[in-house]
Design a protein around this ligand. Structure first.
Ligand SMILES: [Zn+2]
Length: 345
């Protein structure tokens, strides 16, 4: 087990808000290192420096947790892209890369498991066995490489989330288990999101909540109810997209010509950094303990959120100083004003 960081996740949560950052798969797809569609993190083996650089950018922007890029690095997905033989190597390497960068700061390393697409509630007994085996092998490698806690995320089914929780508990690690919220009110196996969080809390999860799918406008109202319903720590990691009552998830957003914007044409719906900073403030005000970002996340959001939470982070050295801008600033000399007037006309 990893013992390099001074304080573990539970110590940090007791002391105050912990900031996370995700969206690795989306961002590395945009940078040309991951194929949209299967979204398997082959980049971990093929371009490890690209993964490390993004870890480093999130670290400098204020993320206290380096999430190992093992999202969809499970047997079911690797089989789809013909890389099942790389399963163990990919998982171990992802945790190593997260560790290497975490040591550059004082960050924690989270092992990461997610929805498997192999869980079927109408065949719960057999499919649970398959899912459990996938989680066990991924986490056994992660634990050997060194992790501080585990994030199980975007679980569509409460049943699958509970399997993840049990496996994390087998390894004796703190567990953060968050749900996807693609459907209006319930998990795919029919549990209200609030009730599903309460059940995981009752089963011993340290942190429950939601990640992905929803922007802050449509995620925070559910998070507020979860906060009232559980005594454990609560996490919120929305996507930075303008979801609303008519389009509660980023999957439901439509471009001007009526096409589905998800996942490759979402740019017109992006929040700006100030709006994500406002999300962080609102989440903090309702008592969210783990505040992060999911698909669409990028370092400028993470820094703005950290600063909104009162932190100064390494990348704050380069935070905006608009008073020094030649056109927008307040320190513009008279001769510059003349130049600008000429330039604009
Ligand atoms: Zn996401």
């Amino acid at each position: 087990m990893r013992k390099t960081s001074s304080r573990g996740i539970l110590d940090r949560l007791r002391a105050g808000v912990v900031q996370g950052a995700e969206g690795y798969v989306f961002e590395l797809e945009r940078r040309g290192y991951i194929k949209a569609g299967p979204y398997v993190p082959e980049v971990v083996l093929d371009f490890p420096d690209a993964v490390k650089e993004l870890h480093r950018e999130f670290l400098r922007a204020g993320s206290e947790v380096m999430v190992a890029l093992t999202y969809y690095a499970h047997r079911e997905k690797l089989r789809d892209v013909g890389r099942e033989n790389d399963l163990e190597r990919m998982n171990r390497q992802a945790v190593r890369l997260a560790n290497e960068v975490a040591r550059e700061g004082d960050a924690l390393v989270a092992g990461n498991i997610c929805n498997t697409w192999a869980y079927h509630p109408d065949n719960a007994r057999e499919s649970s066995r398959v899912v459990r085996a996938m989680y066990e092998e991924q986490l056994s490698w992660a634990v050997e490489e060194g992790i501080d806690f585990v994030i199980s995320e975007t679980n569509d089914y409460l049943g699958e989330a509970l399997i993840a929780l049990e496996v994390i508990q087998q390894f004796g690690l703190p567990a953060m288990v968050t749900l996807a919220s693609v459907q209006p009110n319930t998990t795919r196996d029919g549990y209200d999101y609030v009730e599903a969080c309460k059940r995981r809390a009752d089963a011993g999860a340290d942190i429950v909540g939601l990640n992905c799918d929803r922007g802050s406008e449509t995620m925070l109202p559910i998070i507020a109810k979860i906060r009232s319903a559980v005594n454990c720590y609560v996490a919120a990691q929305p996507v930075p997209y303008k979801t609303d009552a008519q389009h509660p998830t980023f999957e439901s957003l439509r471009t001007g010509d009526g096409q589905q914007a998800f996942p490759l044409a979402l740019e017109p719906f992006l929040y700006n950094r100030f709006e994500m900073a406002e999300f962080a403030r609102r989440a903090g005000a309702i008592g969210v303990n783990y505040i992060g970002i999911c698909c669409g996340g990028a370092p400028h959001y993470v820094r703005a959120m950290a600063e909104a939470l009162g932190k100064t982070v390494p990348a704050s050295a380069y935070s905006p100083a608009m008073e020094l801008h030649p056109m927008l600033g307040t320190h513009v000399e008279d001769k510059d004003q003349t130049f600008l007037a000429d330039w604009k006309s």
